[in-house]
Design a protein around this ligand. Structure first.
Ligand code: ZN
Length: 103
């Protein structure tokens, strides 16, 4: 029965999942209160292409700059990340928090 419900759930949520390839997810922990914050970055709008005259690590093609605010405190977390052509993470800098996981 559980698997039937799971299949049903998968069936109904499948269309939404097809667009998740557009997202890069960071799990971030707030340095002040320890809250874990999930940040979904949209490839199409949150990440900008790095042009040759701009500085970035070797091989980087895209840049993300994001301000992240949790729900439990007002500590603002600044995330900067560089990605290669395949949206692979090349390097990242974060202040006010730390990156637990990146997918
Ligand atoms: Zn916090």
């Amino acid at each position: 029965m559980a698997s039937f419900l799971q299949n049903l759930k998968n069936f109904f949520t499948a269309p939404a999942y097809s667009s998740t390839s557009n997202f890069i997810t960071f799990n971030i922990q707030c340095n002040r209160c320890g809250e874990e914050i999930t940040v979904n970055v949209r490839r199409s709008s949150d990440i900008s292409r790095i042009y040759e005259e701009e500085e970035g690590p070797a091989g980087s093609a895209f840049l993300l700059r994001k301000e992240i605010l949790g729900k439990k405190c007002n500590n603002l977390i600044y995330l900067t990340a560089y990605f290669g052509e395949n949206y692979n993470l090349i390097s990242s800098e974060i202040s006010g928090g730390k990156i637990i996981e990146h997918k």
